[in-house]
Ligand binder design. Structure first.
Ligand code: IMP
Length: 180
């Protein structure tokens, strides 16, 4: 992994999870998700914007065509969760009776996922599972159960592989953590 320190809007970040580690773990997760859910013909729901890279790699492990939908809920400003949620792109009506697999970049406080799970239930999803690339267990006050977790990390703020700092750094192929 590259050792270089990067700076984004005056904050310093160092490498944390390499591109190779991400690729290997995401492949493994994709295989497990498919092995355990193929028979349910699941609908994959990708949480924009942060999960777009994870979802692209995870879902391309699946060898047959699957249904996908995209939603966008936002709660973050800078490096802090605001706690207040905005539904920028909502759920489609077509989830009634479906097994849904939510593809998320990170479960931090769990506030977003808790609200999203309530919305899925209200729209009639038959079963819901969560695949999250990252989880911060110390912050997960909402006690969200993540069925498929890529990596558990501590409280630090991270960027790269889809995760951003105010819209920046989503393109990085590895994950960096903030050291400020
Ligand atoms: P939660 O509602 O606190 O669980 O956070 C949900 C959203 O906040 C995630 O889907 C991310 O988009 C964003 N988020 C949480 N932690 C981080 C982080 O360390 N880096 C970048 N985005 C984060």
């Amino acid at each position: 992994m590259s050792k270089e320190l990067i700076e984004i809007a005056g904050k310093k970040f160092v490498p944390m999870i390499s591109a190779d580690e991400l690729q290997a773990r995401v492949r493994e997760l994709g295989e497990t998700v498919w092995r355990e859910n193929a028979s349910a013909n699941p609908l994959f729901i990708v949480m924009l914007s942060g999960a777009y890279v994870f979802a692209a790699d995870l879902l391309r492990v699946i060898p047959t065509p699957v249904d996908m939908a995209f939603v966008k809920y936002s709660s973050y400003e800078g490096t802090q969760s605001t706690g207040a949620l905005k539904r920028e792109i909502g759920l489609p009506e077509s989830i009634k009776g479906r097994t849904c697999i939510v593809v998320e970049d990170i479960v931090d406080t769990g506030v977003t996922m808790k609200q999203f799970m309530a919305d899925l239930k209200e729209k009639g999803a038959a079963d819901v599972k969560i695949a999250s690339l990252l989880v911060k267990p110390e912050n997960n006050k909402a006690n969200i159960k993540v069925d498929y977790c890529g990596f558990s990390i501590s409280k630090e703020f991270v960027v790269g592989y889809g995760l951003d700092f105010d819209g920046n750094a989503r393109n990085l192929d590895s994950i960096y953590k903030c050291i400020d």
